[in-house]
Design a protein around this ligand. Structure first.
Ligand code: SF4
Ligand code: SF4
Length: 123
């Protein structure tokens, strides 16, 4: 397994705005699907204690270590584009079924594309 390095997140925060799609993250929902720990400038205010579902290094090491970090980040980049497009087009809810189908219902793998933030500048 390669040494992990940070994903070049653009800090749009969109991956932390629909956490109600993940049962495991519902206690973080401030009431409208947005994580209560997302700051006004789209950072995670509990970065060092964030859930595994929000931790790119954890996800890589536990589920994607058969690929290079670069390959993992490439997947993340494609998913970010989807997340941001869905947010813009108001289609975000569709990610739930699509994501679970793709990853076999595994919540932690699915987190990479469902918000639960992985990302928020901290992956
Ligand atoms: S990781 Fe999240 S916050 Fe960063 S660019 Fe992607 S969707 Fe936006
Ligand atoms: S990274 Fe996780 S805990 Fe942090 S703001 Fe995003 S959804 Fe919330």
């Amino acid at each position: 397994m390669e040494k992990y390095y940070a994903y070049p997140c653009e800090k749009c925060g969109d991956c932390c705005r629909h956490i109600d799609l993940l049962e495991e993250m519902k206690s973080f929902d401030r009431g409208d699907g947005v994580c209560k720990h997302l700051t006004a400038d789209n950072l995670c205010e509990i970065s060092s204690e964030r859930p595994n579902l929000c931790n790119g290094e954890y996800l890589y090491k536990n589920f994607y270590s058969d690929m290079t970090v670069e390959e993992f980040h490439q997947i993340m980049s494609e998913l970010c584009k989807d997340v941001r497009r869905w947010e813009l087009e108001g289609l975000y809810k569709k990610i739930s079924d699509a994501g679970r189908a793709k990853f076999g219902g595994d919540a932690e793998k699915f987190a990479c594309i469902a918000g639960g933030g992985s990302l928020s500048g901290k992956i």
